[in-house]
Design a protein. Structure first.
Lengths: 626, 474
């Protein structure tokens, strides 16, 4: 098959799925909804896989039509298929397919079943557009499209006003980032004359003044901060957990939130020329990783822990990008997509078993009751905790080594963050599956393993989480760095070959094993318990209450803007601006009623006015002629 | 010839509709609008294929070569607006519920007269015709708001609207007369000659002429701080008229700004650029900020319009090709979107009897079609890519950016605030618990959906392939 056609089909399958389920889905049986929705993504996945394994080092551009051609701006509706986009497409369609299958079980009793699949397919379409587009403009299309889907899916159960508030918050916070993205694009256009990747990266970028490059890259990064939930634009992501759990797994862990990473890696040619921005990215990433990690320590909602963990892991990816280890960032993006999707879906299976319960203080002892889920969740925990040779171990180590090269203090902080990761994941794991059951008797009776449609994706993801590290296994342990070679044509890493890497790898390995054991004993003692209140005081309460950041934003931005809006409406608009208009009207009426008296019908008076006026004109003339 | 037909059809049928019986008014009006639509379609096709362009023009001297020049052309930047106007009127008339309106014939007849005025204005190639058509729209609009308006003080509101905009157009008349005098004994009134004579006027003269036109157009759009007639009028007017005012008549101001201030008086425009830019950016934010806490659906859309219109002006103020083109494209697209939004608002009103957001909520549960269509128009309104709202806004912001980066950042806040007020509006109408009073509300009928579908198609087609619109109108 010709590649143009395959590319077209990859992006059209989910769109067609969306249209079918969206337009006539309500009239089809649920089975059909699920088959159409999942089948569309499976079709894209198969074609992507074919391209993935056959794509050589050169990029292919598939142009459909000219989107816009006006003075100074030419945008093609075209797709750029290279190894970077293919890697993203594999993750999106692969994990996307698994989550579609999972959803057919998870959402089975929901009346909006067809709608859910329609939205999911629309999301896959937008996400593919984001990574396949051949220019920043098309990336922006996908960028906003996934924002819309995120909005629709977070607020999927829209009767609950809190959920629709969360959806709104996500959209608006993303828009703040989007403003940066837009401005970055405009500036890029101003200096390179194009927004097409090939044109931009083939432009003599070194000729652009460095402060302009810093501005461009920083503005684009603001967009990434919104989409990938970095400080200060991260607060929407935990709230986004209001959406159904498959959504959290697909959109808010595995794919959409990594769009910011993709953007920076895609633009690596720009970023390497702007070291100040790179440093900024590293710092933001590190701060986010630590900050979100501390919040995750004492959350009692299973999905909230995973959400803050996602924010934190995204921070690690940006840290990697900031130190110039683009491939490591992409690698962690991939492994994180595996194990975080696994964790979310397993959590969904737990929630499903518990009849909608998300509070881990009311769980416990579930390991015997839902075995498959337990094993899968455990694999996810081990992977994210960095248990030796799991995917998370390999990818996180790569980042840590790259950070060590760049700045040793960043390394220590990042390592401390990794310790926190282990702690909060073990805490959730133990509170959920160990100790004794703390829920109601009714829940205890209800607990059951999920259907095969839900456990099958879990098993696949569990295998990937365990073995995903093999894509980029360190030499010292006898591996081969496939990903490095695969991405070489599209990214230029700033990391150096390190002679001491082998020693460091082994030290990290030992430290990890010891650390895991210690934390295991601490958390086991604290959380494998019969009763657990989950109430905290002092500094722990501050962490559990998320540093009150939401409240601070509310007081600093939301409330003042609402107050300014009301003030502008009632006082400025109604009283002042319209007041002047009203006064003008009054003056006209007043002068009309007053001047009316002049028109009194007496010829003598008119003559007098006439003479006076002539005299005035006469005087005026003399005065000016002089 | 097409130009003449596009004025005469609505004019004649409008006059006929005024005097026929109530019952047959709607078919006649509908026939007229469909005829205009077909003529417009032909015109667009000719302009697109760049063949037989002479058919688009009409030129005639009434009373000899020294007489009144009737000069209209469909081949200019007004084409997008002519297309919009002739596209919207049939939809409005199809959506129109005759039995709910007293003196239906007069109502529809006056609307047709407005259509004649709009078509004439956007095709006018001489300044006298421009002025006449400007006024031709005003009087019927005044009557429509005054007679058919809702609320106890609709008479006051329509009077304010009338006086305010008439004041503006009289200023414009003074300016036009002055300009014609400048052409000397030739007394040429076509734009070509006016530009030839007036663009070289001394700067001081250009300044005060500019001022006259600016005032007229800023009132018409309306633009901060001359907008206070608008929210009340939009609210009081029957929704059909609100749509005509916001989607079409407001654009007369932007269009006038391009033709007079930008083309005829370029030097003064250049000097005024920073001030006008500042004012329009203030307007962009001002309208958006007030819309955030509005509880009346129509007023909310009125303030959002103020914001959107100001962005177009800002784009023109950048004095770049992309800015002016962006404004032309956005004029068309904003018209489509605001029409769709207001039709949906009217559908909500007909079912619930209220425009008040605090009384609405939860409608998505019982009115799925309504919810979906409102969602599409809302997303177009917040300039989501692949809807028609995106292209124009992107071009406008880009143009503003090339003029001033700070200005672009401030104007760009509108993409945030726009999302804030539109999503709030959507949430308060569609999401959350349903008001107990509205449990009997029924979804919009398939007939109504059918009428809206052309607008939805435009939203998506222009969104996905904006180059099509470019090829037709430029």
């Amino acid at each position: 098959m010709n590649i143009d056609f395959a590319v077209l089909l990859i992006i059209l399958f989910p769109l067609v799925g969306f249209l079918i389920n969206g337009l006539i889905g309500s009239k089809l049986p649920k089975m059909m909804n699920a088959v159409i929705g999942s089948g569309a993504v499976l079709g894209s996945f198969i074609l992507t896989a074919v391209l993935f394994f056959t794509q050589n080092e050169t990029a292919t551009v598939v142009k459909l039509f000219t989107f816009l051609n006006v003075s100074g701006l030419h945008v093609d509706m075209a797709f750029l298929i290279d190894r970077l986009s293919l890697m993203m497409m594999m993750i999106i369609t692969g994990i996307g397919f698994l989550i579609h299958v999972y959803s057919s079980g998870y959402m089975h009793d929901d009346e909006g079943f067809y709608k859910f699949f329609a939205y999911l397919n629309l999301f896959i379409f937008s996400m593919l557009l984001l990574v396949m587009g051949s220019s920043y403009v098309l990336m922006f299309f996908g960028w906003e499209g996934v924002g819309l889907c995120s909005y629709l899916l977070i607020g999927f159960w829209f009767k609950n006003i809190d959920y629709s508030n969360a959806a709104r918050k996500a959209f608006i916070m993303n828009r703040i980032g989007d403003l940066g993205f837009l401005m970055g694009m405009f500036m890029l256009l101003q200096y390179t004359g194009s927004l097409d990747y090939n044109a931009v990266f083939n432009f003599n970028l070194a000729a652009i003044p460095s402060e302009k490059l810093i501005a461009i890259t920083a503005l684009l990064f603001i967009g990434a901060m919104g989409k990938s939930a970095q400080i200060p634009l991260y607060t929407w992501l935990p709230d986004a957990m209001a959406g159904p759990t498959p959504v959290s797994a697909l959109i808010h862990a595995a794919t959409m939130v990594t769009a910011g990473i993709y953007m920076v890696v895609r633009s690596n040619a720009l970023y390497v020329l702007a070291p100040a921005t790179m440093e900024f990215i590293a710092i933001i990433g590190l701060c986010t990783a630590l900050f979100a990690g501390t919040i995750a320590l004492f959350q009692n909602d299973i999905k909230k822990v995973l959400a803050y963990s996602t924010v934190s892991q995204l921070g690690y990816m940006f840290l990697a990008l900031g130190v110039g280890a683009f491939t490591s960032g992409m690698f962690h993006l991939m492994t994180h997509a595996f194990f975080k999707a696994l964790l979310f879906l397993s959590a969904g299976s737990v929630i499903h078993a518990m009849g909608g319960e998300q509070d881990i203080t009311k769980m416990g002892g579930l390991s015997k009751k839902i075995k498959v889920t337990f094993i899968c969740f455990t694999i996810g925990v081990l992977a994210i905790a960095g248990f030796p040779f799991t995917s998370g171990f390999v990818s996180k180590d790569e980042i840590l080594l790259a950070v060590y090269q760049h700045n040793v203090w960043y390394f220590y902080l990042a390592a401390a963050g990794a310790v926190m990761t282990v702690y909060y994941m073990f805490r959730v794991w133990i509170l959920t599956f160990f100790g004794t059951f703390r829920g109601t008797a009714e829940q205890a009776h209800h607990v059951h393993e999920s259907p095969i449609s839900m456990t099958f994706p879990l098993m696949v993801l569990a295998a990937l989480s365990l073995l995903g590290g093999l894509f980029q296994f360190p030499h010292v342990f006898g591996g081969k760095e496939f990903l490095n070679d695969y991405l070489k044509p599209v990214v230029s890493n700033l990391t150096r070959e390190d002679d001491g890497a082998a020693t460091k790898e082994i030290i990290i390995l030992l430290a990890t094993v010891i650390g895991l054991a210690i934390i295991w004993f601490i958390t086991k003692k604290n959380y494998a318990v019969a009763s657990f209140e989950g109430k905290y005081t002092g500094i722990k309460k501050v962490l559990a209450d998320k540093y009150y950041i939401d409240e601070i934003y509310e007081a600093l931005f939301v409330k003042p803007i609402a107050a300014i809006s009301r003030f502008s409406d009632r006082i400025i608009d109604n009283k002042m601006v319209d007041g002047v208009v009203f006064m003008t009207g009054k003056m006209v009426t007043w002068s009309g009623t007053t001047l009316r008296y002049i028109q009194n019908g007496q010829t003598g008076f008119y003559l007098l006015i006439m003479v006076l006026a002539m005299a005035a004109i006469f005087a005026f003339n003399i005065f000016y002629k002089l | 010839m097409i130009a003449l037909a596009l004025i005469l059809i609505p004019l004649l049928f409008g006059l006929i509709t005024l005097v026929v019986k109530d019952t047959i008014a709607k078919p006649i009006a509908l026939f007229s609008t469909l005829a205009s639509l077909i003529m417009t379609g032909m015109g667009c096709y000719l302009h697109y294929s760049k063949s037989q362009l002479n058919l688009l023009d009409f030129q005639y001297f009434l009373g000899g070569t020294k007489g009144l020049l009737l000069f209209f052309s469909l081949g200019n930047i007004g084409l997008s607006m002519v297309l919009l106007s002739n596209l919207l009127f049939p939809i409005l008339f199809l959506y129109h519920n005759s039995s709910a309106v007293k003196n239906n014939n007069a109502f529809l007849g006056l609307l047709l007269l407005i259509q004649a005025g709009l078509n004439g204005l956007f095709m006018a190639e001489d300044v006298i015709m421009f002025y006449l058509m400007f006024e031709l729209g005003l009087v019927p609009a005044y009557l429509l708001v005054g007679i058919w308006g809702k609320g106890e003080n609709s008479a006051n509101i329509s009077f304010k609207f009338f006086v305010y905009t008439l004041f503006g157009s009289l200023l414009m008349l003074v300016g036009i007369i002055y300009m014609i005098v400048q052409t000397g004994p030739a007394h040429a009134t076509d734009f070509g000659n006016i530009i030839r004579f007036c663009s070289k006027l001394p700067l001081e003269t250009q300044f005060w002429l500019s001022g006259l036109f600016l005032l007229a157009f800023m009132i018409k759009m309306p633009m901060f701080p001359f907008h206070t007639w608008q929210p009340g009028t939009y609210n009081a007017a029957p929704t059909t008229v609100t749509i005509v005012l916001s989607a079409l008549m407001a654009k007369m101001g932007v269009y006038g700004l391009m033709r007079f201030n930008y083309q005829v008086l370029p030097q003064a425009f250049h000097e005024l650029q920073p001030y006008l830019m500042t004012l329009s950016i203030v307007g962009v934010i001002y309208g958006a900020v007030i819309a955030i806490q509005q509880n009346n659906l129509k007023k909310l859309l009125a303030f959002s319009s103020i914001s959107h219109m100001a962005l177009m002006v800002a784009g023109i103020c950048s004095a770049t090709v992309i800015g002016v083109q962006g404004a032309v494209i956005q004029m068309f697209n904003h018209g489509i979107i605001i029409c769709g939004l207001l039709l949906m608002v009217e559908s909500i009103y007909q079912r619930t009897g209220t425009y008040d957001l605090s009384e609405l909520g939860g409608l998505a549960k019982i009115a799925k079609r309504l919810a979906i269509i409102l969602m599409v128009f809302m997303m177009a309104s917040v300039a989501l890519p692949l809807t028609n709202g995106f292209v124009g806004e992107f071009m406008l912001l880009n143009a503003i950016f090339t003029y001033s980066q700070i200005a672009a950042v401030i104007a760009g806040i509108t993409i945030i605030f726009g999302a804030v007020y539109m999503l709030r509006m959507y949430q308060k109408t569609m999401y959350g618990p349903l008001n107990g009073k509205h449990e009997q509300v029924v979804d919009i009928t398939l007939m109504e959906v059918g009428v809206i579908v052309p607008l939805l198609i435009v939203v998506i087609v222009i969104g996905v392939y904006p180059e099509l619109l470019n090829k037709i109108i430029f």
